[in-house]
Design a protein around this ligand. Sequence first.
Ligand SMILES: Cc1ncc(C[n+]2csc(CCOP(=O)(O)OP(=O)(O)O)c2C)c(N)n1
Ligand code: SF4
Length: 407
Amino acid sequence: MVSKTTEDLSHLFASGHSACAGCGQSLSVRLVLRAAGRNIITTNSTGCLEVFSSNYPRSAWQVPWIHSLFENSASIASGVEAALRATGRIDQIRVIGQGGDGGTADIGFGALSGMWERGHDILFICYDNENYANTGVQRSGLTPYGSSTTTTPAGKVSWGNPRPKKNLPEIALAHGLPYVATTSVGYPFDLDKKVKKALSIRGPKYIQIYANCPLGWRHDTAFTIAISKLVVETGLYPLLEWENGQLISARKIGKKKPVDEYLRLQGRFSHLFGPGGDKEIAKIQAIADANIAKYGLMSKSATEVEPPDETVEAAPASVTAPPSSPTKPAVRTFTIGELATYNGRNGQPAYVAYKGKVYDVTSSSLWEDGEHQLEHKAGRDLTEDMNNAPHSEETLDRVVVVGVLAG
Ligand SMILES: Cc1ncc(C[n+]2csc(CCOP(=O)(O)OP(=O)(O)O)c2C)c(N)n1
Ligand code: SF4
C-alpha cells in the first residue's frame, strides 16, 4: 500500500533539532508536515516544540513558521488567514495553527475559541503531551486523572492529578466545526489520513494528537510507540473523527488491554502501584470503559476489527513504517549485556533486574550514580542481592518496570 511515486516530504521538519530522544511531539510534527506539504503557513505557540525546533540561528522548519506567544497561536493564525483571503491567495496556501496542550486547552483557549467561532479556514493542531513540558512538567487541563506532575505531585496526601482530562474535542464540536479528530503518534497512517482530510475541508478544523513526553512521563524512550498504541488499545485515548458534528469513525479495539498495562510503563503513574493504589487504578479503568461504551470501541466480531494502521493510507516509500507488527512485544526485552549499559553512570539511566523484570531506578535518591549502599550496582540482575536485603520486594512496587530480562 506504499506509493513509490509520492514525493517524500519528511524533510519539511528537518533533523538536528534538540528534542529529547523519543519525543512524540517531534515525530508528530514530522508526520503533520509530510501530510500537509509545502504550501502552508504555520504558527506555533511557545512551548517545547518551538524551543527545540528553533535554536537561533538554526531552524528545523522548511515551511513558513511563525512563533507566537504562549497564548495566541490561534490569533496569529487568524491574521495570516485573513491576509491570505484579502490578497486572494487563500486557495493556494493552507494555514495550520499549532500548540501544546497548555497553549491550546488552557492559556490559548480564548484565542482558539474565537478563531473557531469566527469561522477561519484554519487547521489547529494540539500536540497533547498531557503537561506543560517546557517549563518543568506542570499539570494542564489535558493532564489525565492520577498523573503525578510537578504541580500535582503524588505523595502521602495526593494520588496525583485529581481532575479528569478536559474533553477538548467535544468542546470544539460544540463550536460547530466541520471537522474534528483525535489521533496518536503510534498510528502514523491514521494521523496522515486525518491531517490530509482536515486540509481538504474549508473552515475551522481541530486535530488533537497524543504525543508522548518521555521526560515528563518518565518512561523509557524506547517505549514511545508502544505506549502511544497502548493508550488506544485500553480505551483511554479513542481515535475519533467527526464531520459536521457526526461521529464518522472510531477506531475499534480488537482485544481490550487493561489500563494497568499502560500505566505501569510510566513513572508519572508509579505511585498507583503502591498500597491502596488499586482503587485509583480502578477509577482510571472506569474512564477507559466509559470511553469504550460511549464511542462503541469494542468490535463485536473479527470482521469489525480495524485493519493494521499501515494499510489505512498510502505513504511515501522512504518513510519508516511504524513498528506495529502484532507479534512485536509491547515491552522491551533486555539481554544481560544490554542491561549492563544502563548502569546509572555518565548520564546513563539506572536499571536493575529482579525476578525477570527490569526496573528503572534512575530517579531514586537511593541510587545516586547507579549505586545503592555502596554495594549494589545498577545495570545488573539483583535477584540474589534482593533476597538477602533488609527490605522486602514490595519496595519495588513503586518503581517503574521498563522491560523484562531475557531468560
Ligand atoms: C503568558 C505566559 N505564561 C507562561 C509562560 C511560560 N511558559 C512557556 S511555555 C509553557 C508551557 C507550555 O506547555 P504546552 O503548551 O503544553 O507545551 P509543551 O511545552 O508541553 O509542548 C509555559 C508555562 C509564557 N511563555 N507566557
Ligand atoms: S520535554 Fe517532553 S515534549 Fe519536551 S522535548 Fe522532551 S520529550 Fe519532547
